[in-house]
Design a protein around this ligand. Structure first.
Ligand SMILES: Cc1cc2nc3c(=O)[nH]c(=O)nc-3n(C[C@H](O)[C@H](O)[C@H](O)COP(=O)(O)OP(=O)(O)OC[C@H]3O[C@@H](n4cnc5c(N)ncnc54)[C@H](O)[C@@H]3O)c2cc1C
Length: 374
């Protein structure tokens, strides 16, 4: 259903025109993903991007909030307006208390059929990926998954959804020309979270839909939260230290964990180290892992393959430590250290510890010497 726009090097894009019967679809919607009253940050990231795209189209931004508790849904709706939504479409029903494909799909499909948004954006999280594919199937429309950029084609108002392809070695831009809405999922961390403005005003539409609970094949028996939330912490950390196959063995990750702890950061890694069982799968960074945007990313024993690069290129500063001066990671790192990580990382740990104890001594001299004030 989607078409890949051909864009050969040094040639203009092929001109495409929009079917006029699709013009009744207007507006950009973002599905707000929440679990246990906690909104996934990707929803706010998408609202920020939706506002930018909506300006090009001259349309409103809609947020869709589902849940089982009116108070929770109201709070999230207000937040959605602060983050850029003009209209919030709410549905509150006991069947929507916890995520399940069936009721969420039914609900979103019905809303889309009624209000006809031209673009529907969701996070590329496990929950929203499941929902997006199911909704696209029922609506018989195109879905571009795992996008890294979204733009508007001003000639025909269509969404240009860009995503890595062919193992991450190419980027392709996909347009859904003959079906609406145009659906896309975007990975967490690709777009920045906009600053919320609590003075913003928006409209809230409360929809009431009838659900036949007996027709849903899945039942929620309980909710067991992930106590470590490794994936979430990795996406939100200011400092991330990534380990690669150059670490040689799982036990060497303890050095990275020690440095990360001192810097208040998190540890991630490449696909081979996850496949080797040295690191949990939620901590994989790259095309088939997480996209992160820390202030500082320290890549240790990582060659810098394109599939890893796509996950880290939004980092503020990339520091690479590798004993091969020709490693591809040095082509895009901001700071490169050629050396054996077994020498470099302990040296960094020593420097950070010294700085911390100097600061501690200094605070002590000033009479504010409490460890927690560090
Ligand atoms: C479809 C597909 C999806 C993929 N998805 C991902 C993904 O999401 N994330 C990902 O990371 N990869 C992914 N990959 C794999 C990717 O192509 C690379 O194979 C992988 O990133 C390489 O991992 P690495 O850098 O740890 O290992 P290597 O490429 O083996 O690099 C190890 C590096 O360590 C250095 N080194 C060795 N000893 C030391 C030392 N003592 N001190 C310092 N440096 C040292 C070496 O010089 C080398 O540069 C994917 C591949 C495919 C085909």
């Amino acid at each position: 259903m989607s078409e890949i726009e051909e864009k050969p090097k040094n040639q203009k894009r092929k001109k495409v025109s929009l079917d006029p019967r699709l013009s009744e679809y207007r507006g950009i919607w973002v599905f707000i993903e929440q679990e246990e009253a906690k909104v996934h940050p990707v929803s706010w990231e998408l609202l920020g991007k939706a506002c930018v795209l909506a300006k090009f189209l001259g349309v409103d931004v809609g947020a869709v909030v589902f849940g089982g508790n009116q108070e929770v849904v109201d709070t999230i709706s207000k937040d959605a307006i602060a983050y850029g939504a003009d209209i919030v479409y709410q549905v509150v029903d006991p069947s929507l208390a916890d995520y399940r494909s069936d009721p969420f799909t039914e609900c979103l499909v019905q809303l889309v059929k009624k209000y006809k948004p031209e673009i529907l954006l969701l996070g590329a999280t496990s929950l929203s990926r499941d929902l997006a594919s199911s909704v696209a199937t029922f609506l018989e429309t195109g879905l571009t998954a795992d996008c890294t950029e979204l733009t508007i084609n001003l000639e025909n108002r269509s969404l240009e959804a860009t995503r890595p392809t062919f193992g991450g070695s190419l980027l392709c831009t996909i347009l859904t020309l003959n079906y609406r809405p145009q659906m896309a999922t975007v990975r967490p961390g690709v777009f920045p979270i906009p600053l919320p403005n609590t003075d913003r005003k928006g409209m809230i539409i409360r929809e009431q839909l009838q659900f036949n609970e007996a027709s849903f094949v899945t039942k929620v028996l309980g909710f067991i939260p992930d106590p470590y939330k490794a994936s979430e912490r990795l996406s939100q950390a200011d400092v991330v230290i990534g380990g690669g196959r150059g670490l040689k063995q799982a036990s060497h990750f303890s050095l990275l964990r020690e440095l990360a702890m001192l810097l208040g950061g998190e540890v991630g890694g490449t696909r081979p180290v996850v496949q080797a069982g040295w690191l949990e799968a939620e901590r994989q960074i790259g095309q088939t892992g997480k996209t992160i945007r820390p202030k500082v990313y320290i890549a240790v024993g990582i060659s810098g393959a394109v599939q890893h690069r796509v996950g880290i290129e939004k980092a503020g500063t990339i520091v690479a430590i590798n004993n091969d001066p020709n490693a591809p990671i040095f082509d895009y790192a901001d700071i490169g250290i050629v050396g054996d990580f077994l020498e470099v990382i302990p040296a960094m740990i020593r420097v950070v510890k010294n700085k911390i104890s100097l600061k501690y001594d200094c605070l002590k001299k000033q009479g504010v010497g409490k460890a927690e004030e560090l």
